[in-house]
Design a protein around this ligand. Structure first.
Ligand code: NAP
Length: 252
């Protein structure tokens, strides 16, 4: 059975390890190629496919039996493309999507729909802001140049913000270290995406301990309903194995 895993999350990497240990499964991991790829227990490909059409062509050319969308919950375009390509090729789609974080009573979250709303929600007065949102949407904060930003990204970057400092680091980040960082840097407010990832939950737990406000960007709307959903890698593996090779399904 040939499986293409669209990756970019720790859950995708965990699923890859399960697939590598599954006899009869030949899996390929796909990364967008924006950051240095982490090591993978299955063969890798890197870079865009050229839209939904390009992805469909790849699925056909490689004889893929099951497509897995294990991308980040904020990577909306590739998830849409996966749905379109799977529907067009009549290829089963398994969506591995971890649950979002749940607000607890002591949390001081302001939930906003997107990054522009997050920038506005910081307020007019100058504040010391911890931006842990990756690098792709930093431009939204150019609308709020009065703030002093501490920005953490995987690769170093040069944002167009007058007051900022960069920390280049890749998670996981534990709660004690996050609490120290927030205290030492005198952070007033955190901006985060509700990714649900355990590896980056430390800053949310630390904010909870310190009583700090968090501007929480909600997930983009889920795609149209093509595919079956799994919340954990083992569940995704069971769904994948439930499909079997397409040739067998067609009775070829
Ligand atoms: P996106 O906006 O949904 O996708 C933009 C384009 O990047 C896609 O149309 C596709 O290009 C290419 N692409 C995305 N994921 C790919 C993959 N796994 N393999 C091959 N091509 C891929 O995605 P994004 O938000 O830029 O995220 C890019 C990658 O980083 C994703 O794999 C995601 O899992 C990971 N990531 C994203 C975030 C986030 O907050 N967005 C956080 C952590 C990790 P073509 O149309 O040319 O095929």
């Amino acid at each position: 059975m040939r499986v293409l895993v669209l990756g970019g999350t720790s859950e995708a990497t965990a699923l890859a390890a399960l697939l590598a240990a599954t006899p009869g499964a030949e899996a390929i991991m796909s990364f967008a190629g924006r950051t240095r790829a982490p090591s993978s227990p299955i063969p890798l490909r890197s870079g865009g496919f050229g839209g939904a059409e390009g992805l469909w062509q790849y699925l056909e050319a490689e004889g893929i039996d099951v497509l897995v969308d294990a991308t980040h919950p904020f990577a909306a375009q590739i998830s849409r493309n996966a749905e379109i390509a799977a529907a067009r090729g009549n290829i089963p789609l398994v969506i591995l999507s971890r649950p979002g974080w749940m607000r607890e009573p002591q949390d001081r979250w302001t939930e906003v729909p997107d990054m522009a709303a997050a920038a506005a929600a910081i307020g007019r007065e100058t504040r010391r802001v911890f931006l842990a949102i990756g690098r792709l949407q930093l431009a939204a904060f150019e609308a709020a140049p009065q703030h002093d930003y501490l920005i953490r990204t995987i690769e170093p970057i040069a944002p167009n913000l007058p007051h900022h400092r960069i920390i280049a680091a890749r998670g996981p980040f534990d709660v004690e270290a996050e609490e120290r960082l927030l205290r030492d840097e005198k952070i007033d407010v955190i901006v985060a995406k509700n990714s649900g990832a355990a590896a980056v939950f430390g800053k949310i737990a630390a904010a909870r301990r310190l009583g700090l406000p968090v501007i929480m960007v909600e997930r983009p709307a889920e795609a149209s309903g093509v595919g079956v959903r799994a919340a954990h890698p083992a569940e995704a593996l069971a769904l994948i194995l439930g499909h079997g090779p397409r040739a067998a399904l067609r009775g070829v």
